[in-house]
Design a protein around this ligand. Structure first.
Ligand SMILES: Cc1cc2nc3c(=O)[nH]c(=O)nc-3n(C[C@H](O)[C@H](O)[C@H](O)COP(=O)(O)OP(=O)(O)OC[C@H]3O[C@@H](n4cnc5c(N)ncnc54)[C@H](O)[C@@H]3O)c2cc1C
Length: 310
């Protein structure tokens, strides 16, 4: 069985989502090909060429790919899709941008947000905000699968490098162009891949409190910052920090939820964390039902004391 993985590369850096996607694809095929797109993919292709399980790396370079658009990724994927029985991508913003378009162009059904792979046609995915899991079977000739990256290992051994093949760019989407990208610069670990996440909710009460209490704690723990939707909606933090059903899905070693009640939509984004710590003044807050450690107290007193102690 031939499987293709679409690599996620940003600023020439191979994202760990690529490793997780390769791990998932190796469950249906002994080896996988990996497509890497960008304006300069030399470093990324050679890194991926040394990952265990990779049969061949396909590099596709074009000046227009400095900022990838889903439409263009889809055009490239569709141009080589017929050689594969499986196409895998991460179920994150990157994969969600182009995979539905590929599915439409190939006239197949996408299997989305897969957390487990039973066999070559049977996949498990969460439904109802992660409250139930559905097992689905796909009979499409080309199976298009997006995977939940936190459910698959990012550990891949390094081996002798395999072949890197440059493929030509097909006709691209002409009706849209990226004019500029205004990126939020951040020295913290990325929320998606951080080992420790400190997350704040409405209980913080203000942006000043969020910054003044949570940032020093996150700094001490070298943690990524996260937030509930209520904290984002209240303007305490920007929305790319939102964890949950409509935010990011995270599964760090340690997730500290501060002033977060534990609504089902928030839990959907963090309940697979290895150790969950909850700090809340309401002893009946639902977050305590999934927390490994719970501290009932006023965050205004607890957080400075905890930070000082650390
Ligand atoms: C379709 C849909 C999608 C959604 N997607 C998401 C999502 O992706 N992510 C998400 O988070 N939510 C999401 N929500 C919203 C979700 O339902 C909740 O409204 C939200 O998670 C609540 O955020 P919160 O826990 O910060 O606020 P609250 O529920 O208001 O909880 C605040 C908590 O802070 C505690 N607290 C207050 N003061 C203190 C103090 N001084 N010390 C200690 N504790 C204190 C309170 O006891 C309370 O438990 C979604 C909702 C819908 C309908």
């Amino acid at each position: 069985m031939n499987a293709l993985v679409i690599a996620e590369v940003k600023n020439k850096e191979v994202k760990l989502s690529t490793h997780a996607t390769i791990t998932a694809a190796l469950k249906v095929s002994q080896q996988v090909d990996v497509l890497v797109m960008g304006d300069d993919v030399a470093a990324a292709t050679s890194l991926i060429a040394s990952l265990a399980g990779v049969r061949k790396v396909l590099g596709c370079t074009d000046g227009k790919f400095k900022h990838l658009m889903g439409e263009d990724v889809a055009s490239v994927v569709v141009s080589i899709a017929k050689a594969y029985q499986f196409i895998f991508a991460p179920a994150n913003v990157f994969g969600k941008d182009f995979m539905p378009r590929v599915a439409a162009k190939l006239d197949v059904s996408q299997v989305s947000d897969v957390v487990d792979i039973i066999d070559q046609k049977t996949f498990v995915r969460p439904i109802y905000a992660g409250n139930a899991f559905i097992t689905v079977e796909s009979s499409d000739e080309i199976k298009l699968v997006t995977i939940r990256t936190t459910s698959f290992s990012t550990e891949l051994a390094n081996v002798a490098p395999v072949t890197i093949e440059q493929i030509s760019t097909p006709a691209l989407f002409a009706k849209k162009e990226v004019l500029s990208v205004d990126e939020i610069k951040n020295d913290r670990p990325e929320l998606n891949t951080a080992k420790v996440v400190v997350s704040g909710g409405r209980g913080l009460g203000s942006k000043e409190n969020f910054d003044g209490l949570l940032i020093p704690l996150a700094d001490k723990l070298k943690a990524a910052l996260g937030a509930s939707r209520a904290a984002v909606d209240a303007g305490y933090v920007q929305n790319d920090l939102q964890v949950g059903q409509t935010g990011k899905i995270v599964a760090p070693e340690l997730y500290i939820a501060i002033g977060i009640s534990g609504a089902i939509q928030h839990l959907a984004g963090m309940k697979d964390s290895k150790v969950i710590v909850a700090i809340n003044k309401d002893k009946d807050a639902p977050i305590f039902s999934i927390a490994d450690y719970g501290l009932v107290g006023d965050l205004n007193e607890v957080i400075p004391a905890l930070t000082a102690r650390l």
